[in-house]
Design a protein around this ligand. Structure first.
Ligand code: IVH
Length: 582
């Protein structure tokens, strides 16, 4: 390569300086605040660019650090063996380079065998067992020293606190994560409460690990998968480690195919790329590990990562399309969520025409305007998200700045922003709110009334056959005449489904009431504890806070709910219509 001129070097240095500062800012947002502004893919691109610029100046590009997740308010401890990161790539070709480098370092000519396993998108944790007892648990921190998260780790129900192993000290390494279904539930509940949503399950898991509120941590249902060992690793082959960890009582990797030659990498990536959709957690790639532990030891590590492992990361699927309009969804608690209506586009095997815009702050920050060409991304989440706009496409048209409505798009009531970033309609009689309450009331995890979904409810509400959830059990056959394409048979089926739902479990009804901060899990805890609606409705704040899993905020919300005269009247109405608990 031609020698760089001093001017070019200065320019590169300046760029390195700016990029490092930017990466540092994103590290802070990711590791400390658990609220990243950019996707992992964008972050990796920045890091790769820095790597490239540093190599142009022949500076050690590996001295890029591995981030630092330590918090000011947690105790730290030093790791017995450092916790490192993984080198990663988004390209198949690079995988061949990784393999070639490893064989060159080992001076081996033969093909190497690798274990290939899912890369779990969570938070790395090191569990230290002394004489078979869990002593403490640390996050990766800066690699040498991590935060002590023992108390929160102990909320993981399936984690063995003692293991059948006589070794003096043993380090078990793995990933703490939150299942995709739990992540979606938590975000739904946060949306209802007008709180900031977590961008993905990883951020939720890392935020949760650092919380001080044990009850809250428990309710978020952290999980742990073990994929390696520090001290105490006496194995000859990586593939023996997972069954061993399983025997000790850990949840461990289930898919870990062995390839005898790196040439098979592409096929196994494709296979795991499909299998990962069956997994209950998010994966952001696959990890290749040299199977022979003796070779792992010979290879050792750089300051940042082991030389015997590397990750291939899946690129999130993205597409460009036009933002046609922005509409609003009003939730059962009145939260107004903006929804992007898109020119339909193919993405991750489906046709996408709607995407979430999160909240008004997010729209303003990204300066999204109707008519813009935007980029949609679909990763693990079900709802696609808008990651940004293509501002260069704006030059040939004048687009109006988007302003969030001040009044409820349904009932015209002035919107309020009481707490959090969400705007809310404060009118409890707002038609859309009532409609969503009824839809929730009859949904699967509530009263489970089959055939009583949003389309049917909307028609009945629009025709004033339903005004509150209390009217549901008074619906007559004549009321159903307004439903399109509903013959005699469909009407009979729906009426009998409604009738059948009156005999139900108590937790279903508690959940169906839509008490703020009371979701399915809390409803189950309450039902198990009180076993009677009457007892629950008359429980004091003190009594409620003694229930396992109920925090002070939820307890207050329950008291407030049952104190309201209109809610008492609603309960009476339900009981009079023949509601019975099994
Ligand atoms: S092995 C010395 N295996 O990915 C590092 N890591 O981006 C060896 N990760 O810090 C790690 N799934 O937190 C390994 N199956 C897996 C993994 C995995 C996720 C995480 C780990 C690491 C990060 C690097």
């Amino acid at each position: 390569m031609a020698e760089l001129t001093p001017k070019e070097k200065r320019k590169i240095r300046k760029k390195i300086f700016q990029l490092s500062a930017e990466i540092e800012r994103h590290d802070r947002l990711y590791y400390k605040d658990s609220q990243p502004e950019i996707s992992d893919f964008e972050y990796d691109c920045l890091k790769n660019e820095l790597f490239h610029l540093k190599s142009l100046l022949s500076e050690n590009p590996l001295a890029l650090g591995i981030g630092d997740d330590r918090h000011e308010n947690l105790l730290t401890r030093v790791h017995d063996t450092p916790m490192l990161s993984l080198d990663n790539t988004y390209s198949f070709l690079e995988i061949l380079n990784f393999d070639a480098r490893i064989r060159r370092l080992l001076q081996i000519d033969r093909p190497l065998s690798y274990i290939v396993e899912p890369k779990i998108d969570g938070v790395a944790v090191n569990l230290v067992y002394d004489q078979g007892r869990l002593s403490y648990a640390l996050t990766r921190g800066n690699g040498n020293e991590g935060d002590d998260v023992t108390d929160n780790i102990k909320t993981i129900a399936s984690l063995p606190l003692t293991i059948d192993n006589a070794l003096e000290r043993m380090e078990i390494r793995g990933e703490v994560y939150i299942e995709s279904a739990t992540f979606q539930r938590i975000n739904r509940e946060r949306l209802d409460r007008g709180e900031v949503l977590f961008a993905n399950a990883r951020n939720l898991a890392s935020g949760t690990l650092k919380l001080m509120d044990g009850e809250e941590v428990r309710s978020r249902q952290l999980k742990f998968i073990a994929y390696g060992m520090g001290l105490g690793n006496h194995f000859n082959y990586q593939k023996e480690i997972y069954p061993f960890l399983g025997r000790l009582g850990f949840q461990s990797q289930k898919f870990f195919p062995l390839i005898d030659n790196i040439e098979d990498a592409e096929e196994v990536i494709r296979w795991l790329g499909n299998e990962r959709r069956q997994l209950p957690y998010e994966t952001d790639g696959v990890v290749f590990k040299v199977n022979e532990c003796l070779l792992q030891k010979k290879l050792g590590s750089t300051a940042k990562a082991p030389r015997w492992a590397f990750a291939y990361k899946f690129e999130p699927e993205r597409a460009e399309t036009v933002l046609r309009d922005i509409t609003f969804q009003i939730g059962r608690t009145g939260v107004v969520t903006p929804i992007a209506l898109l020119e339909p586009v193919h993405l991750s095997g489906s046709c996408v025409s709607r995407a979430t815009l999160h909240n008004s702050d997010d729209i303003a920050k990204k300066d999204i305007r109707i008519g813009d060409t935007i980029i949609v991304e679909k990763s693990g989440e079900i709802i696609p998200a808008i990651v940004g706009i293509k501002s260069e496409n704006r030059s040939n048209q004048v687009l109006e700045k988007f302003t969030f409505p001040e009044k409820c798009p349904c009932c015209g009531t002035q919107l309020l922003r009481l707490y959090g970033v969400a705007w809310r309609c404060p009118n409890p009689d707002c038609r859309e709110q009532v409609l969503q309450k009824i839809v929730y009331f009859s949904s699967k995890t509530a009263m489970n009334i089959d055939g009583f979904g949003e389309t049917v409810v909307r028609k009945l509400v629009e025709n004033k056959k339903l005004k509150t959830i209390g009217d549901l059990y008074n619906l007559s056959r004549e009321d159903l005449y307004v439903l399109d394409n509903f013959g005699e048979k469909s009407m009979n089926r729906l009426l009998s489904n409604i009738e059948r739902s009156k005999k139900t479990e108590l937790w279903r009804f508690i959940n169906a009431l839509g008490i703020p901060l009371v979701g399915e899990k809390t409803a189950k805890d309450l039902a198990a504890h009180f076993a009677s609606l009457d007892k629950l409705a008359n429980a004091s704040l003190e009594a409620l806070t003694t229930v396992r899993g109920i925090g002070i905020k939820a307890a207050q919300s329950i008291v407030d709910f049952f104190e309201k005269a209109e809610n008492r009247a609603l309960l009476r109405q339900f009981l009079e219509s023949g509601l019975e608990f099994q």
